[in-house]
Design a protein around this ligand. Structure first.
Ligand SMILES: [Zn+2]
Length: 61
């Protein structure tokens, strides 16, 4: 069997992309690319952080 998407290469490490993480080769490279993209638009999510939610829960009571 030959992979139909033989031409697709991971833009991060240039290895063959997998179907699961297309167009990347692995979840790791996918996350790296996402991180790059996210850094460029970080200001959009800059105002709210969901990390502080547990503190707000205490306030509810
Ligand atoms: Zn890769």
């Amino acid at each position: 069997m030959k992979a139909a998407n033989n031409n697709d290469k991971c833009p991060i490490c240039n290895q063959a992309a997998t179907e699961k993480y297309h167009p990347f080769c692995s979840s790791r490279c996918s996350e790296i690319d996402l991180g790059r993209w996210f850094n460029g638009s970080y200001k959009i999510a800059g105002e709210k952080t969901s990390l502080g939610q547990s503190e707000e829960d205490e306030f509810d009571q």
